[in-house]
Design a protein around this ligand. Structure first.
Ligand SMILES: Nc1ncnc2c1ncn2[C@@H]1O[C@H](COP(=O)(O)OP(=O)(O)OP(=O)(O)O)[C@@H](O)[C@H]1O
Ligand SMILES: [Mg+2]
Length: 421
């Protein structure tokens, strides 16, 4: 018979609980293993039911249809004496949704043996959460400095930059009060106008070194993507990490970029609804990372009309900023060109021990009509092509023998193209 009891564990004491039960011959698995194909009954026969503990936390952390899904899955265990556990943080939801499945809901109590007598697990210190550099850590003066740097590095989109400045100031205040956990931006618009660049620029302006936490939702469009994102426990806890945890753990700045958000599924949308509300990312193994004070940038190529039909009203209303990025003005594209040219020239001068003239920007303004380019990636390619042509012509004009020689020219030009890319 299925045990009619669900046991709750405190996440802080989970490691010790796991050690203890493993030493007694149990293994702990996550219910997410059974979610991959809920019609596949053979999964249940492959587990050693008498010695297995099933963690069902994920039912409450990522799925909207917790009750129906839970009842359906747990019914399959009806002949087994399986022990079910869940993270205490999901107690309210699980007690409510699974009230027909379980008769009793109790806490796991762990007594730690120690030399000074038994010590209750509740007294243990909380685990250390790695610190990220966050916008909410900045002083008011540093926020002003951050914003002026941000304005300088992202071209155009002036209205967005004004609103972003205000949003950050408010976010800092309300975050301190515990009222606003995560700042969320939803950026739509054509390709190559700087949506992704917003997240990169925030990351740079906060002094990031280890790489931006970036997830492309184009890879998460199947029904069971949630387990790739937040992990699924095969066998022992901690054996399988979700991408979002790896990315957040590996970055040093409190910014997450979610590209192509609209490509994903309702389950993931709901997961993020929760993340924005709670300021926590919770894995299927009930590991938790506190992301209070983080900025999440969602980008999408979705049109305004599709935005309403693809993204649920709950989620829509939860974004702190929703905006359509328009094409850049010519002035902004020229600024972009000036900046690119400066960086390319520096690379070239350093590598080839050369000194290009200072008026290069004017030369390029005459050669490239920025009005023809709407995607900055295309403009960048054009700048590079024109640059290589320019160097080639200059060398010939100056009678530089090695580059004037056609057989050598190609390989030298290829080298230049490599250096500046
Ligand atoms: N407003 C901008 N300010 C500075 N650089 C920009 C801007 N817009 C585009 N760029 C440059 O162009 C490149 C492409 O921009 P980005 O990746 O932000 O495009 P996107 O809007 O996210 O497009 P997609 O929808 O194709 O992902 C970036 O590498 C960036 O250097
Ligand atoms: Mg992008």
């Amino acid at each position: 018979m299925i045990k009619k009891e669900l046991l709750f564990f405190e996440w802080d004491s989970f490691g010790i609980y796991k050690e203890q039960v493993i030493s007694q011959g149990y293994s702990i698995i996550s219910i997410s293993d059974f979610l991959k194909d809920i019609t596949d009954d053979s999964l249940y026969f492959n587990i050693d039911t008498a010695n297995t503990i099933v963690d069902i936390s994920v039912l409450a952390s990522g799925y909207t249809d917790c009750q129906a899904l839970g009842e359906r899955l747990l019914d399959k265990f009806s002949e087994f004496e399986t022990i079910f556990i869940a993270d205490k943080r999901f107690e309210d939801r699980l007690v409510k949704e699974l009230r027909y499945r379980f008769l009793h809901f109790n806490d796991i109590k762990i007594i730690l043996p120690s030399v000074t007598g038994d010590k209750l697990i509740e007294d243990l210190p909380k685990s250390n959460i790695k610190s990220h550099k966050k916008i909410t850590d900045l002083t008011d003066a540093e926020i002003e400095e951050f914003c002026s740097k941000f304005r300088g590095q992202l071209y155009g989109h002036e209205k967005f930059k004004d609103e972003f400045h205000e949003l950050i100031k408010n976010f800092k205040v309300f975050n301190k009060l515990g009222e606003h956990k995560v700042l969320s931006l939803f950026l739509m618009g054509e390709s190559g106008v700087g949506k992704t660049e917003v997240a990169k620029t925030i990351y740079n302006c906060l002094g990031g070194k280890k790489g931006l936490a970036k997830i492309n939702f184009g890879n998460y469009s199947s029904d069971f993507s949630l387990s790739s994102l937040i992990g699924s426990a095969r066998g022992y806890i901690g054996s399988d990490d979700g991408e979002i945890f790896i990315r957040v753990r590996n970055t040093d700045v409190g910014v997450i970029l979610i590209d192509e958000f609209e490509k994903s599924t309702a389950t993931l949308f709901n997961y993020f609804l929760d993340v924005l509300e709670s300021g926590k990312i919770i894995s299927s193994q009930a590991e938790e990372i506190d992301i209070t004070g983080f900025i999440i940038v969602f980008t999408s190529n979705i049109s305004k009309e599709h935005f309403a039909s693809r993204i649920s009203p709950e989620l829509r209303s939860r974004f702190d900023y929703k905006g359509m990025f328009t094409r850049l003005y010519s002035e902004d594209k020229k600024k972009y060109m000036e900046f690119r040219l400066e960086s390319i020239t520096k690379k070239y001068n350093d590598c080839f021990k050369d000194q290009l003239p200072d008026n290069l920007f004017e030369v390029f303004l005459n050669k490239i009509n920025v009005g023809k380019f709407h995607n900055m990636r295309d403009l960048n390619k054009k700048i590079k092509r024109v640059f290589v042509d320019y160097i080639s012509k200059r060398a010939i004009d100056e009678g530089k023998a090695e580059i004037a020689e056609p057989s050598q020219r190609r390989s030298i030009l290829r080298k230049i193209a490599d250096v500046i890319s």
